[in-house]
Design a protein around this ligand. Sequence first.
Ligand code: 5AD
Ligand code: SF4
Length: 482
Amino acid sequence: MSKRKQTEVAIEKIEEQEKYIELIHRMNEDEFNKTGKRKTFYIQTYGCQMNEHDSEMLISMLESIGYSQGISEEMADIVIYNTCAVRENAELKVYGNLGHLKSIKKKRPGMKIVVCGCMMQQPHVVEEIKKKYNHVDLVFGTHNLYKFPELLSNVFDREDILVDVWDVDGEVVEGLKSNRKFDVKAFVNIMYGCNNFCTYCIVPYTRGRERSRLPQDIITEIENLVQNGVKEVTLLGQNVNSYGKTLDEKDRIDFANLLRKVNEINGLERIRFMTSHPKDISDEVIYAMRDCEKVCEFLHLPFQAGSTSLLKKMNRHYSKEDYLKIVEKAKKEVPNLAFSTDIMIGFPGETEEDVNDTIDVVKKVRYDSAFTFIYSKRRGTPAAKMENQIPEDIKHKRFDRVLEEVNKISGEVNSEYLNKIVEVLVEGSSKKRNDIMTGKSRQNKTVNFIGGGENLVGKLVNVRITDPKSFSLNGELVEVIR
Ligand code: 5AD
Ligand code: SF4
């Protein structure tokens, strides 16, 4: 089936859901007319931006069928956990929360409990839920999110658990509406899945093979967002640098050219993207970042580990030197470029020497920010079966050593902003004080500033930094740009 036909099929499938949306909506309206109260849902999202974006779509569906978003799971009519499988901690939290819901559901049997997302793509997880958490009403995976209204309509008068998980090579249905959390910023998926099979990672098993969306579909989506007031988009994919590889020849463009096309969209102010795999970032992408005025000076480039031999065992396909060369090239071409990264500590076989290599990369690149993770064994991945798994106490000691260096450097990088003027896209007022406005700089730093009000939301302003902190910058408004 050609890609264009896939899009057509997707539209039909989404339209099929309309009747379920109407059915539940009618039920909810009857209830509202009787009780004067709206039913509520509570959603908890774990993991990455992809999951956040999936949750936005679930929220949009729930609102269109008459539910309003509540703040507590105790009182909600529907509780949804959109789960992540990347690390064990997030999985344990889901099991813990499900256990807690058991007694709540005993008191409120009408409550519906839904679990979805990456964890559900693993058969042993679904078995565990069926066995130990049979108060759950609905389980679905990452490939049939669009079917949520139909699945939900089927659980209302059902006693047992409904499970509908498609395998990883199932068809892609896209084009769902999403409830964007910010009017100013939006996520846009440009591709799904991953083909890289890093040996520690579960994602290729839960999100399936790499599939790119058609460039025209992406552009149309962004144009619509801009018409609705969005000023900044983040292009999302597990590995955006290999965008386009799965497209038919007649549609195919690469990521650098996609950036150039998105850069031409009138009214859009800023473009970000993530995640970039170092093995696939081309010079063309760096040149596009340099040439396109809307592409922000921010590059999230996970390196995972500094040791070339460990990188090999991780199946990452680059060496420490390759990585540092890319950083050097990008710094040279794109002035004021900020870097962030993902670092993994405690991969099987890691030595103290390997950790020194990781710290060496941190020192050489001088990251603005870094996400530091302790390796977590994932069932079904090659690394889970590797010898020399690192004991927990050693992992934690190494983690603290790396984190200390990361924090020291990002604090130093931030302190260099004192008295500098940065461009900020204003998102709203600060959570703590409504006379302080907040937004992000082009380098993705949170900037809080005085001297403005709610009327600045969605505007680009210049802010002078008067008080740089370790994780944010404080300052005062200089001028409104537009
Ligand atoms: N354990 C710990 N961290 C992991 N990541 C992926 N898989 C694992 C794992 N098994 C981290 C990587 C990746 C980020 C999204 O999550 O650093 O870049
Ligand atoms: Fe996981 Fe590697 Fe794919 Fe990233 S590139 S999602 S770490 S397999």
